[in-house]
Design a protein around this ligand. Structure first.
Ligand SMILES: [Zn+2]
Length: 500
């Protein structure tokens, strides 16, 4: 796989950086799960120092020269070319941003996160406003430092989704917007429309629910000798290397689909990391290629498998074993509960039909901020206007509106569109898989999860970061991202469910 002697030298040097990343990941997982509260005082110093150390190694003359030398080598195979591409990109990003700027941005966002939490609790946007103003200003500056060809927002997008352009995101949303608005309206006018489902209020036994989540992971073949399931405030997946990938979920005590689907979602993220070619271990290629592609994997398992009728049907008895109250609800009812469509205020609680609307409004706001067409002080009002326009609801306060997400306080402007890319790609991937393997309905009915997993591994997972995201998708699917599959999917599925 890695034959070229210069590449081998690069990889050997890279091991120091990789080891720091591994340790940082494990610390990150611990911070969110088992760390005692006051440990954060020292922990944040460790995070800061380890990051700087990795950066220093990456930017050392020795390492840079080695990567430059590798770039000039001829006849590199695709993996070796991948190593050069990934490292060159990382070095370039570090190089373009002055260290004082990086430090200032880190400090600002560390404070902003605390301020945002407080502002959200008090539902007071004015507390967060000066920080967000500074974050937007610095994000514009960041885009200038990084450089772009078409739009400053491209530079920010690229940090999360290599090669993604603003016009591509605009194009995707232009296609989705009218269809989604129309479908939501029809659903709300349908006699089957319900604002709430009784199962949302039924309490479950947390210990039993934990067992059920483990049973589902076992059913999917999650390798417990290479990972764990724990609890955290916000479910996440953390990969140390490809032999240690951990997921978390949370237990609200009622509304069981939330913990179940969160577990299934994180399983999708974990599976991607777990199925990377073992020969890529401890190299720059040994992780998922981008946030959008990663999210396509979690959404595939959550939306396409987890929310399907056949999944509920084949596991109905298993669900009932741990959740005896389900005896009062038949399969059709549970299916309706899993796929309840309503215009909710909170993005993370959104369903398949409304999810992208939440992203569209964030994207439009971010883009206008970067273009200096709007100012931060106008955001609460703009937010509420957009919510009404796209979803037909108005947040009663800023906590349930403009202050709901952590991303801006972290300085992550340009991140949100990757959620929509994942949601759209998941359906496209499912259709291609069905072309190759036959209907997913049959595969799920026969519990042939190995077949599904092998296909995902072969097409997407095993490559890690070898190819840039767009190229990986084109190789896997024979075409680039196409919103039609997603639109067809929701019109068909929800048309049937709501009789429209
Ligand atoms: Zn996710």
């Amino acid at each position: 796989m890695f034959e070229n002697p210069v590449i081998r030298k690069v990889l050997d040097k890279y091991l120091d950086i990789w080891a720091i990343g591994y340790a940082t990941s494990l610390l990150g997982w611990d911070t969110e799960t088992y760390m005692p509260e006051h440990a954060i005082k020292e922990r944040s110093i460790v995070f800061g120092r380890l990051t700087v150390l990795a950066q220093r190694l990456m930017l050392s003359n020795e390492f840079r020269e080695l990567v430059e030398k590798a770039e000039k080598e001829e006849n590199l195979n695709v993996y070796e070319q991948g190593v050069v591409r990934v490292l060159k990109r990382e070095i370039e990003i570090f190089e373009k941003l002055p260290p004082e700027f990086v430090e200032e941005f880190e400090k600002l966002t560390a404070e902003a996160k605390v301020v945002w939490r407080n502002a959200k609790e008090k539902s007071d946007f004015n507390l967060f406003k000066p920080y967000l103003e500074k974050i937007v200003e610095m994000s514009r500056k960041k885009a200038e430092y990084l450089g772009y060809e078409e739009h400053p927002y491209d530079a920010l997008l690229d940090l999360f989704e290599e090669g993604l352009r603003t016009r591509e995101v605009e194009d995707m949303f232009q296609k989705l917007k009218p269809k989604l608005t129309d479908l939501l309206k029809k659903i709300r006018d349908s006699p089957y429309y319900q604002e709430k489902h009784p199962l949302e209020n039924v309490a479950y036994d947390v210990e039993k629910m934990k067992q059920l989540n483990l049973e589902i992971l076992k059913l999917f073949g999650f390798p417990f000798d290479r990972g764990r399931l724990d609890i955290s405030a916000h479910p996440f997946t953390q990969n140390m290397g490809i032999f240690d990938v951990r997921i978390t979920t949370r237990y609200e005590g009622k509304d069981f689909k939330r913990t179940l689907l969160a577990t299934v979602h994180e399983f999708g993220h974990a599976l991607y990391e777990l199925q990377i070619d073992e020969r890529l271990m401890a190299t720059p290629l040994a992780s998922g290629v981008s946030l959008g592609v990663h999210e396509s994997q979690s959404r595939f398992w959550e939306n396409i498998i987890g929310r399907s009728k056949i999944f509920i049907e084949t596991n109905y008895d298993l669900f009932k074993k741990y959740l005896p109250f389900l005896s009062n609800y038949d399969i059709e009812e549970v299916y309706r509960y899993f796929n309840l469509v309503r215009p909710e205020l909170i993005r993370v609680e959104a369903n398949e039909v409304t999810y992208n609307q939440h992203i569209i409004l964030r994207f439009e706001i971010e883009k206008s901020l970067i273009e200096e067409k709007i100012v931060v002080s106008e955001l609460p009002e703009i937010w509420n206007t957009y919510m009404d326009r796209y979803l037909g609801v108005t947040p009663p306060n800023d906590a349930l509106g403009v202050l709901q997400d952590i991303h801006w306080s972290m300085g992550a402007i340009g991140y949100f569109p990757t959620y929509s890319i994942g949601t759209v790609l998941a359906v496209q991937i499912a259709r291609k898989l069905e072309k190759d393997l036959g209907p997913l309905e049959e595969l799920v009915a026969n519990k042939e999860y190995d077949k599904i997993k092998s296909w995902l591994k072969e097409k997407i997972h095993k490559w890690g970061r070898t190819f840039p995201p767009k190229q990986l998708i084109e190789r896997a699917l024979g075409e680039s991202m196409n919103t039609n599959y997603f639109i067809e999917h929701i019109i068909k599925k929800y048309g049937k469910l709501y009789n429209i």
